[in-house]
Write a protein that binds this ligand. Sequence first.
Ligand code: AMP
Ligand code: FE
Ligand code: FE
Ligand code: ZN
Length: 293
Amino acid sequence: MKIDLHSHSTHSDGKESVEQIFQYAAEAGITALALTDHDTTAGWDEARVEAAKQGITFVPGIELTTESPLGKSVHLLAYLPDPKNLALVNAMNTVKAARYDRLLTFIAKLQDGYPELTLEHVIGDLDPLKVAVGKPHLADALIALGKFDEREIQFLPGGPLHKNSPFYVENKGMPTLEAIRMVRAAGGVPVLAHPLTRGRDESKFEPNETVRSHFLEMIKAGLGGFEVWHREVDETARAWLIALAGEFGLVTTGSSDYHGKDGKPNLLGENTTTEEMLKRIEAQATGSAIQWA
Ligand code: AMP
Ligand code: FE
Ligand code: FE
Ligand code: ZN
């Protein structure tokens, strides 16, 4: 099997529809794909239909925006939660509203450098209470204004969306530990997305006791695993995470974090998860089911 457990559609900040993604997934020889849009399950129904059409196994997922004790944004993948769980629905709605609020602040700051930029350019006719808005939407607006040719360059050092940019505004979310407990209570399996990559400058990851104690707290709260094969997770971090997963019997996954052919350079299937790991995720979940092809 070729299993990719992380992708985004136009229901969040991906550039392609769910239909398009499953077509491309079939072309890439993917046999199981998780749709993990930011803070929404809105694409799941469509994904079930498109996956069936392409003969692909569908794994329902979400990438939740959470906040670490240090105020950094931490992404938490939630596989197979109950999409109608009240706490989960409320949390996703709160995050979407907070993302919109953050977007307004971001736009106000960006107007110092790009006075033409307006809210209208950024959201167009999308509903920010349905679609989790974020930096990629700002990037697309600056492309439409002719300031840049692509998303990617805007995220690099010196770009307006890089975390050290004077325009930068951090996302707000539910505390990570609370989110982990919430996902478990909703019958889902919480897996840390691209761990140790965000809120970090360009320097390499250095394992230390502080990091370890944060991770132990997350494990105690119910964390189920780490996304270790991801293009942003460097080798030092990966080795450290694999050892920690082994110590506590957690799952390790690999994924592309696909955002569309020109959404991000990440390509469908560039990293994959073993069937054993997917079965272990399935065995822990009670909130929703994998649609096996
Ligand atoms: P936000 O959640 O608004 O802080 O933005 C984070 C999102 O920005 C990620 O989930 C990606 O979708 C996107 N992103 C981050 N880095 C890049 C990049 N280098 N190129 C394109 N999109 C990116
Ligand atoms: Fe994204
Ligand atoms: Fe992410
Ligand atoms: Zn993602």
